[in-house]
Design a protein around this ligand. Structure first.
Ligand SMILES: Cc1ncc(COP(=O)(O)O)c(C=O)c1O
Length: 377
């Protein structure tokens, strides 16, 4: 039996997406910048996808910029804003960002910028009051992850974004894990920049988008990272990946249709798995109850998270661990450390992320396998 519970790492492209992408590669392969019919056919595929992605976010399609994925979108938001300034300014991020936000901020810091990293509580949540207190006259961007990849915690994006809006500071959110799992409506939420990535919701790897609130960002400006042919309204030069963009569009349309029912189904399965693991005293849940519907996270009191990942892999079950291997040494999860957990707790963290293919039987089997493995520890 093979059970994939690592949809937070990547999700398989859905059959409809594969079919569409194959068809686009066959019949809409022209360069979208070309003025002839071949180019027009590709442009039509891209513009359709732009509408589909915009519709998922309830956004103005003008604000959708296709990128190579979440990492590029995050870099574009932070560096695109930063590059407008000749002298270093101040930026705010949270202490539980993905490395695609953390490292651009660190780079800016090394080049004289002041970076505030908002602390989080034991649930992994940022405090809006803290954000309010951290704003300065020279703050040029705030970036807070919508839902944390390792512990699933959903941030109070509405409150954080409103504080930024009131202070006239652009607000970016990395919504790579949140999109298609929870409803994100950029008309009702005060979001100015948002990153998303197709491979987290059954599109393919290597394609994503940055949403740019046209009103706000036109005023504040965003310097493109890629200079060249001026595609994507000059924000992201480079011939567009037409088939992958079409696949992203369809994945977004289907995700919007299924969001409510799928999120209810996954919440039920997730809660069932929590209940089945509840009698293991050494397995401690992490994160908040305000979490992504498909997401479970724990640390084990004694067992290295990577060992549990390996043991489950032998049993045909895929999950992931929060610790990372760096220069041959096991690094504890930076996220759990930021949440106030000890070094060993942060080394022993694991994450299970359910998805479309997950069944009740998968949940029962996984719980049994975890019980068996941990009974031998
Ligand atoms: C929260 C978050 N941001 C950004 C990324 C990077 O996205 P991509 O793999 O599309 O570059 C990931 C990927 O795991 C993520 O979980």
């Amino acid at each position: 039996m093979q059970i994939y519970l690592d949809h937070g790492a990547t999700s398989p492209a859905r059959p409809e997406v594969i079919e569409l992408m194959t068809e686009v590669m066959r019949s809409q392969w022209g360069n979208p910048s070309s003025l002839h019919a071949w180019g027009e056919r590709s442009t039509m595929a891209i513009e359709r996808a732009r509408l589909q992605v915009a519709s998922l976010l309830n956004a103005d399609p003008e604000g959708i910029i296709f990128t190579s994925g979440g990492t590029e979108s995050d870099n574009m938001a932070l560096m695109g804003i930063a590059r407008q300034y000749r002298t270093p300014q101040h930026m705010i991020i949270s202490s539980v960002e993905h490395s695609a936000v953390r490292l651009p901020a660190q780079y800016l810091e090394q080049h004289g910028w002041e970076i505030t990293r908002l602390s989080v509580d034991r649930d992994g949540k940022v405090s809006p009051q803290d954000l309010g207190r951290s704003l300065r006259p020279n703050t040029v961007l705030v970036s807070v992850i919508a839902a944390q990849n390792e512990v699933g915690t959903i941030q109070p994006i509405d409150k954080l974004g409103q504080i930024c809006r009131n202070a006239n500071v652009p607000f970016h959110t990395d919504a790579v894990q949140a999109i298609a799992k929870i409803d994100i409506n950029v008309q009702t939420l005060p979001i100015d920049l948002l990153s998303l990535s197709a491979h987290k919701f059954y599109g393919t790897q290597g394609i994503g988008a940055l949403y740019i609130n046209p009103l706000i960002i036109q005023k504040h400006g965003l310097v493109p990272l890629n200079l060249g042919g001026g595609q994507e309204r000059g924000y992201r030069s480079g011939t567009q990946a037409v088939a992958a963009i079409a696949g992203l569009g369809l994945a977004a349309e289907l995700a919007a249709k299924e969001l409510m029912s799928e999120s209810q189904r996954l919440t039920k399965l997730r809660d069932r798995l929590y209940a089945l693991l509840d009698d293991i005293p050494d397995l401690v849940p992490t994160g908040s109850s305000d979490r992504l519907p498909h997401h479970l996270s724990f640390y084990h009191k004694y067992l290295d998270g990577r060992r549990l990942v390996r043991e489950l892999n032998y049993a045909g079950i895929a999950i992931s661990s929060g610790s990372a291997c760096s220069s041959g040494a096991i690094e504890p999860s930076a996220i759990l450390l930021a949440m106030g957990y000890s070094d060993s707790e942060a080394r022993n963290s694991i994450r299970l992320t359910l998805g479309k293919s997950t069944t009740e039987a998968d949940i029962e089997w996984t719980a049994l396998a975890i019980h068996q493995i941990l009974s031998r520890v």
